[in-house]
Write a protein that binds this ligand. Sequence first.
Ligand code: 13P
Length: 254
Amino acid sequence: MSTKRRKVIAGNWKMNMTPSEAKELVKNIYAEVKGTKHCDVVVCVPAIDIPAVAQAVRGTCVKLGAQNVHFAEKGAYTGEISANMLKDCGVEYVIVGHSERRQYFGETDETVNKRAKAALDAGLTAIICVGEQLWERECGITAEIVSRQTKLALYDVPAEQLAKVIIAYEPVWAIGTGKTATDEQADEVCGIIRQVIADKYGKDAAKKIVIQYGGSMNAKNAAGLLSMANIDGGLIGGASLKPADFAVIVKAAQ
Ligand code: 13P
């Protein structure tokens, strides 16, 4: 089912970098990836860094993403940030349902779906994260878990909005552990996700949708992972904080 899909390399900075540090980091990243045309380069930064980074990336090839979004349009949700607020600051992408949010902040398949829909309705690109835990893989239910998460995240999402959906396959056991999925393991699960999309939206939609891999992707293993038929990019944590390493991953997407 391989076809020419534009790759998307996104850094997830997680809870790192003060606004002043963020400005510095994104400048250094831009210096390394300047002129990139073969793929989209995105940095998903902490909410408080958004204005500083938005200013720094204006007019460059680096696009701005957030790490979470609330599902309500506005209202009494102390501490939360709406899709329109992100949009107004120049944000184009938002991560939804990262495993750290599922694990530490009570995120469920239902709230992932609501956040994804709010993001899409505001015109943001939603990077929806799915992935199994180690014991789920060991029980042989990876396909089941990932299919279920994907289906529930996309509940009530119309086909017209699919162009703004990216699915990031992030096996929980590979995140921040230095234990990357093998090229084949990652490709297999990304293929399963593509099949879920084909079943729900048709073959054409499945051919077009961007599916990233994330979990200890780095300068050394990126080329192998990104050469696989079903892997259309990466969602990168640790290595996205190192401009030179991040740039190697961006180059590997060529
Ligand atoms: P690491 O690349 O640090 O394993 O993090 C992956 C991740 O969670 C990206 O969202």
